[in-house]
Each structure stands twice: as C-alpha cells, then as structure tokens.
Design a protein around this ligand. Structure first.
Ligand SMILES: [Zn+2]
Length: 582
C-alpha cells in the first residue's frame, strides 16, 4: 500500500497528461525533444516532468554541487580558527574540520516543525546555512595532504578525489598514482605530468587517453608504446616522432635537441601538439569500452546507459555523469558511487532510492536531504547521522512521518517546488567554482539561477610567514625561462601573480624537486589554469552531431572544448585505420 496516497493521485494525473514533444529551456532558450524514454523515468520515480529546464542544463546545475578544484582559507564555525576548506569563506554554509564532523559525539541539535504552507526551500535554507559540513570531505585516512575528498593519500597537495596516491599535486581524480602533477582522471600512473584520462603510464608528459606507455611526451590515444614524441593513435611502437618511425639512434639524436625544462620551448611543443590533435590525430567517435546499448562518452562496462558520461559498471541510467563502482537505475544524477535508484541527486555513495539529495552517503529512501549519513526515510534533513523518519531534522513516528510527507509533497507540487533540485546558493563550493573545469556560465545564466558571487581572490592559499607582506609579489612574466636559472630563494614559496586570471599562486619546494626530476619548466601559469586546460582536453558532456571524416556516416559525439575541429572516424573506419597505421 502506498504511504503517500494523496500525492500519488496528484502525480498520476500530471504524468497521464505528459506527452512527448518539443520543449524550450527557459534559461537558455534551447529546444529539446522530451521523449517517451525521458517520461518513463518521471513515471519510474513518480516525479513531475521538468518541462522548463533542458536535460543539458540540469546536468550543468547538478555539477554546480560538485566539489570543484578550489581550496580556500575559511574559518572553523565554532572557534573561528582558520581552516582549509572547499567552501568559499564568503559562503554562509559553515564548516568544521572533517575529524570533528565524523566523530561520534558530533550531534546536530537543531530541528523544526515543518510549516507546510510556507516555501520548503526557505525553511531548509536556514538549516543549510546553520549546520556545519565537513571542511574537506576527507575521511581521516590521508597523511600530510591538502585536498578535497581524498582517501588514503600521502604527501599530496591540491588534489581532488585522490585515492591511494602519493606525492601528487594539482590533480583531479588520481587513483593509485605516485609523483604526478597537473593531471586529470588517471589510474596507476607514476612520474607523470599533464596526463588526462589515462592508465598505467610511466615517465610520460602530456599524454591524452593513453594506456601502458613509458617515456612518451605529447601523445594521444597510444597503447603500449615507449619513447614516442608528438604522435597519435600508435599501438605497440617505439621511437616514433611526429608519427614517423625512426631508428633508436635517430630518435635519441632528435630528443637531445629538445629541452622541455624551458617554459617557452614547452609551450611551443604543447602548441604543436594541440595543432597535431586538430589536423593529424584520428579521434574515434567515442572512447566507450565494452558497452551494450549505450550513448555518451567515457563509459566502460555499461549496459543501457543513455546520455551518460564518465561512467563505469553502470546499468540502466539516463543523463547521469561521474558514476564509479556501479550505479543502477538512476536518472539525472551526478557523482554516483555504488548507488542505485537515484533521481536528480549529486555526490551520493553507497545509497539507494534517493530523490533530490546532495552528498548523502550510505543512506536509503531520502528526499531533499543535504549531507546526511547512514539515514533512512528522511525528508528535508541536513547533516543527520543514523536517523529515521525525520523532517527538517525532527523525528516522527512512522505513521505520522508518512502523513506529513504526503501533505508536504502535495503542497510542494502545487507550488511548483517538488521536482526542482536545491537552489544554487546551496552549493557548498559556489556554482561557478564547482563547474569551471568543464562548463562556462554566462552572466545571464548565473543571474537567472540567483548564483551568489564570491570573490575568487578572497581566502587564497599562499604560504604565510609571520610579518610577510603578501602584496609584494612576482609577476609571472618575470620568471626565468629555464628551470636551471631559478633561484629558490627568490621564486620558491613566494606569491606569484598570474595576470590572465588575476590570481596569485606559489610554487613549493616539493614542486621544484618534481620539476627537476622530470626536467620540466617552472610554471608561469596559475595551477587552476593548468588543471582546467588538462581537464578540458577530455571530451565534454555536451553531445553534438558530426560526420565520419571518411565514410560520412552521421555520428553523435561529445564536443571537445579545446580541440574544436577534429578528424573523427566512426568505429569501423577508426579500427581499419589502426590496423593499417597504428
Ligand atoms: Zn566511417
């Protein structure tokens, strides 16, 4: 028997009248076709169809709740002491150190009777702005590390989502990696720089979508290669330069002329590489692997996942992104790890039956919950642990709970609230900071979504010595071109100003050791620019129509934000090409 009979009746009427057809996004003016498939997901979750925001925009909005690539100086919500956090210091969402949040004696003692006649989001907002969240979302297993959502990381700096990794810096999602800098989404790589969507690379520099390579630089889509330079689409090759096979001696002679520890030379080769990716490299229609009946990009071992991105072991998902460790029967969700039946939820681990939740882990049957752990049957709760049958953090007996939820869902549905995700000001990191490595926002979009502005210069992490004047800074253009010319007493741990993004950064002693070991230049760009560039060499989450360069078959491919013009082959032509040229 249904727990919410009044709501069920209302939603049935709405869904019975929902027909497929063209819809227009109120935020962007973009048109989309609401298909039977899309409507079937609304029926499955018994939620109202979203008719005014396009699925692409909904993806972008959910990504606004991602942890982003920024870390700031914020303050401890109780003591006022400075602490590092992925939450911007001007954001009213309070933070406390992770260990305190996760400790057994940390209890949330705020609750309230819900007023069904008033705006639900206004009522939960006062909880979101009052109840602290963990400052860095780390689970206490990392050592000497500054990062967000790290698990078992050691000596890492500015890493996001690092797992079992050592001495990695300025990197997003390194898994089982050591000594890797400026990279995005990599597994089992060591001594690497500028790696993107790659696995098992050793001593590689600027390698995009490569596997099992050693000593290669500026390479794309290479497998099992050694000592190759500025090349693409190679298989089991050695000493290839600009896709031309050389002898060992000829290759080594050429490489002796190349000095990547000079910033200007490094930039020169990077530019050549980007041109190579545009003109010469062959891009497959997608990088999906071992998938059945799937659409999207970077899918592996997935079945019936449609319009999904960066997903592994997923089954029956629709418009989802960033799913690891298996995600099932979910729609319009982002950041699902081992979770099932999630709808319009972001950042949920080992959970099931969630609707409109943000960062709710090992939980079941929650709606509109925010940062809850080990909870069941809760609606509109914030920061709870091990609770059942709560609304606005107030516990009810089971019968009363369902009665209230039924009334509340009916009232929210009538006000047009039920079916929408949390408002933009609930994003911990701040919308634009959460998405900026994949999406750009227009000022108009940000205004439409009422995104609060946070000054990116406030709370920047820089080394601070007592009495040091942070206004004295080095201009990035003044840095010597060659690594050898760097005097550590002048350039290490000092504020360096990058005029392009109007932000300061510092290069740390460990960074210099890494650049020396790898013969790489001293960076003249803020690390955010570097991370963003490497992340954007991945294909984006926006699909577009294309034609196979050879056979002219029409294709749907994920756009690349940096390499806009590319030679894309359909799967058949791509495999033929590899057989002949790879
Ligand atoms: Zn073709």
């Amino acid at each position: 028997m249904s727990h919410t009979p009044h709501y069920d009746e209302k939603i049935k009427t709405i869904l019975d009248f929902t027909k497929p057809g063209e819809r227009v996004c109120e935020l962007t003016g973009q048109k989309w076709e609401m298909t039977e498939e899309e409507i079937s997901w609304y029926r499955k979750f018994q939620v109202p169809p979203v008719t005014t925001i396009s699925p692409v925009m909904r993806r972008k909005i959910l990504f606004g709740f991602n942890s982003g690539i920024h870390i700031w100086w914020n303050k401890h919500a109780r003591t006022g002491e400075p602490i590092l956090s992925y939450v911007h210091p001007a954001n009213p969402i309070p933070v406390i150190p992770d260990q305190e949040w996760f400790s057994d004696d940390f209890e949330i003692n705020i609750s309230q009777e819900i007023d069904i006649s008033k705006s639900f989001f206004d009522q939960i907002r006062s909880f979101v702005f009052k109840i602290p969240i963990p400052a860095l979302r780390t689970y206490g297993t990392s050592k000497n590390t500054i990062g967000v959502a790290t698990i078992s990381a050691e000596d890492c700096f500015m890493t996001i989502g690092a797992k079992k990794s050592k001495r990695c810096a300025y990197t997003v999602l390194p898994l089982n990696c050591e000594d890797v800098y400026d990279s995005f989404f990599i597994e089992a790589c060591s001594s690497g720089f500028g790696l993107c969507q790659s696995e098992r690379l050793y001593q590689c520099v600027y390698a995009i979508r490569c596997k099992d390579c050693l000593g290669c630089s500026f390479v794309f889509d290479c497998r099992n290669c050694e000592y190759c330079f500025l090349s693409a689409n190679l298989r089991n090759r050695k000493y290839v330069f600009l896709n031309e096979q050389l002898s060992k001696e000829a290759y080594e002679a050429k490489m002796r002329e190349i000095d990547l520890s000079s910033w200007s030379r490094f930039i020169f080769y990077k530019k050549q590489f980007f041109e190579f990716l545009q003109i010469q490299a062959i891009w497959p229609e997608n990088f999906n692997f071992s998938c059945t009946d799937c659409t999207g990009e970077y899918l592996s071992n997935c079945v019936r996942c449609h319009e999904c991105f960066t997903f592994s072991d997923g089954t029956d998902c629709f418009y989802c992104q960033w799913g690891f460790g298996g995600a099932q029967e979910s729609a319009f969700s982002s950041g699902l790890s081992g979770s099932s039946r999630c709808y319009s939820s972001a950042g949920n681990i080992s959970s099931s039956d969630l609707r409109f939740c943000n960062t709710s882990n090992t939980s079941h049957e929650l709606e509109y919950c925010y940062n809850c752990v080990n909870c069941e049957y809760c609606f509109g709760c914030v920061g709870l642990k091990q609770k059942r049958f709560c609304i606005l953090n107030k516990p009810y007996c089971e019968e009363e709970y369902w009665q209230k939820v039924d009334e509340l869902k009916c009232a929210m549905l009538e006000r047009g609230e039920y079916g929408l995700f949390f408002p933009a000001d609930f994003s911990p990191v701040g919308f634009s900071f959460a998405t900026d490595f994949f999406f750009d926002w227009t000022q108009e979009e940000l205004e439409c979504l009422h995104v609060p502005f946070f000054d990116p210069k406030q709370g920047t992490i820089l080394p601070r010595k007592k009495g040091e004047d942070l206004n004295t800074q080095i201009n990035s253009e003044e840095i010597p071109d060659c690594l050898e010319m760097i005097d550590p007493s002048i350039y290490i741990s000092k504020p360096i100003y990058d005029p392009i993004i109007d932000r300061k950064y510092a290069v740390l002693p460990a960074d210099l050791t890494f650049y020396q070991m790898m013969h790489l230049p001293f960076p003249k760009e803020h690390f955010l620019r570097r991370i963003r560039e490497i992340a954007r060499l991945s294909n984006s989450m926006i699909m577009t129509s294309y034609f196979c360069e050879l056979c002219k078959t029409s294709l749907r491919v994920a756009e690349n934000l940096i390499i806009k013009q590319r030679k894309i082959y359909c799967q058949k032509c791509y495999l033929n090409y590899l057989e002949k040229e790879g």
